[in-house]
Structures are given as C-alpha cells and as structure tokens.
Design a protein around this ligand. Structure first.
Ligand SMILES: Nc1nc2c(ncn2[C@@H]2O[C@H](COP(=O)(O)OP(=O)(O)OP(=O)(O)O)[C@@H](O)[C@H]2O)c(=O)[nH]1
Ligand SMILES: [Mg+2]
Length: 227
C-alpha cells in the first residue's frame, strides 16, 4: 500500500494554486502550387528533418510546434495545404478562417510556380484576409543550384510589390534549417508584437500601419528574432 494513501495526488505544489497561463495559438497557413515543397518545409520547421518521401497532400495536414519568445510560450499551428485543386476545393474556406499569417511558397526551379503566385494571392484576397495578417514569400529548393529558373532579383521585386518579406531556402539542405525556422519565427514575432498592443481595430487586430518589407539578407539573423 502506498504511503500517504487517501487519493494519491503526487507530492508537489497543488495545481489548483498555480497561476493559470494560457498558451496562445497562432494559425499559419502555407499555400502554393503542388510539388513546391510545402509539406517538406512544414516538416522541417515542426519536426526538424526532411521527410524521405512525401505524397501529395489531400485537404490539409496539421503540424504544431511550441516556441518560446521573450519568456512566452506560443503554439504555432501550421496548416500544410494541398496544392492540387482537386484535393483542396472543399477545404479552402477552412484554410482562411481566422488565419493569423500566410506563407506563399514557390519552387525556385520552376518558373510556373512563381508566375502562379498571383493566383494564390488573389485567392487569399478573395477570402477577406485582413490586411494586417502578415504574409511572406518563400522560394524553396535553393539546393538545386544548377536548375534555378527564378532569379532572386525578380522574386525580391515581386515581394516588395506585395509588401512581403522574401526567404529563399531549402527544406532539404540541413544547413538551411535555421533559415526555414526564421520564416515562421519572423511571423510569430510579428504576431506577438501586433497582438500585445492595447489598441485594436474592429476585427481584433491592432490599428497599426502595414509592416515594411525587408530584404532577404536581413531575415537570416542567427539565434535571435529574425525580425
Ligand atoms: N531538392 C529539393 N527537393 C525538395 C525540397 N523540398 C521538397 N522537395 C521535393 O519536392 C517534392 C514535393 O515536395 P512536397 O513537400 O510534397 O510538395 P507540396 O508542395 O507539399 O505538394 P502538394 O502536397 O501536392 O501541394 C518531393 O519530392 C520533395 O522531396 C527542397 O528543398 N529541395
Ligand atoms: Mg504537401
């Protein structure tokens, strides 16, 4: 028989007396053409590895990672969406509902995935995503150096025109993993800053000017908030 008996609560502080700390959840959706590497990027961020084999995403896959920024634990809920129209059409409304940030992905070795970005942006705009919802642009598969079709200068111009940060990276190359983390951490930092402000607009978002686009090289700070 266990010493102490009487119900068996383990020794230590009474949970009822501990301060209740709510973990905030930020929903980030990842969209773009099929095969650009959305699943691999989200896998790299949430799981720290490159998946050996992937299949086309059907509907949506959820991945989560809890991060700590300035002493606050935040749950990042990543929605890895399907690029193929037939696998996504019934889900589109769900993707955009209450979204906190959007990651647009193209494949640097496939020009059509870059030119199609305007369709993805139109879809996003068509779902009334508030302008203060931060958006970033990600060129993936930079490890395939000899096959690059989308020059950085072109991507940067596009990102600037749409008020987005640009990240060029590779889900596959382990040396790029910090850069993949920076994509999501940058968004989380921005959301944390926006959402801790006391003055909010009608949709619950702080009445602040749009964040200014930053250059690629600014976003790759080591060990600190990429913003
Ligand atoms: N070389 C290289 N290949 C990659 C990289 N990221 C993804 N891939 C490959 O690209 C293919 C497609 O990757 P996925 O992550 O499944 O693509 P997706 O965008 O999720 O595709 P859908 O689910 O159909 O929308 C796979 O064969 C991956 O191994 C990368 O950074 N470099
Ligand atoms: Mg996928």
């Amino acid at each position: 028989m266990a010493a102490g008996g009487g119900g068996g609560r383990p020794p230590g502080p009474d949970p009822a007396l501990e301060p209740y700390v709510q973990t905030r959840i930020f929903k980030i959706i990842v969209i773009g053409d099929s095969n650009v590497g959305k699943t691999c990027l989200t896998f790299r961020f949430c799981g720290g590895t490159f998946p050996g084999k992937t299949e086309a995403t059907i509907g949506v896959d959820f991945r989560e990672k809890t991060v700590e920024i300035e002493g606050e634990r935040i749950k990042v809920q990543v929605w890895d969406t399907a690029g193929q129209e037939r696998f996504r059409k019934s889900m589109v409304e769900h993707y955009y509902r209450n979204v906190h940030a959007v990651v647009f992905v193209y494949d640097v070795t496939k020009m059509s995935s870059f030119t199609n970005l305007k369709t993805w942006i139109e879809e996003c705009n068509g779902h009334a995503v508030p302008p203060l919802v931060p958006r970033v642009l990600v060129g993936n598969k930079c490890d395939l150096k000899d096959l690059i079709q989308v020059p950085s200068s072109l991507a940067l111009k596009f990102a600037d025109a749409h008020n987005m940060l640009l990240f060029e990276t590779s889900a596959k190359d382990p040396q790029e993993s910090q850069n993949v983390d920076a994509i999501f951490m940058c968004l989380v930092c921005r959301l944390k800053a926006q959402r801790s402000l006391p003055c909010r607009d009608a949709e619950g978002w702080p009445a602040q000017p749009q964040p200014q686009p930053r250059r690629l090289e600014e976003a790759s700070g080591k060990g600190s908030c990429p913003c």
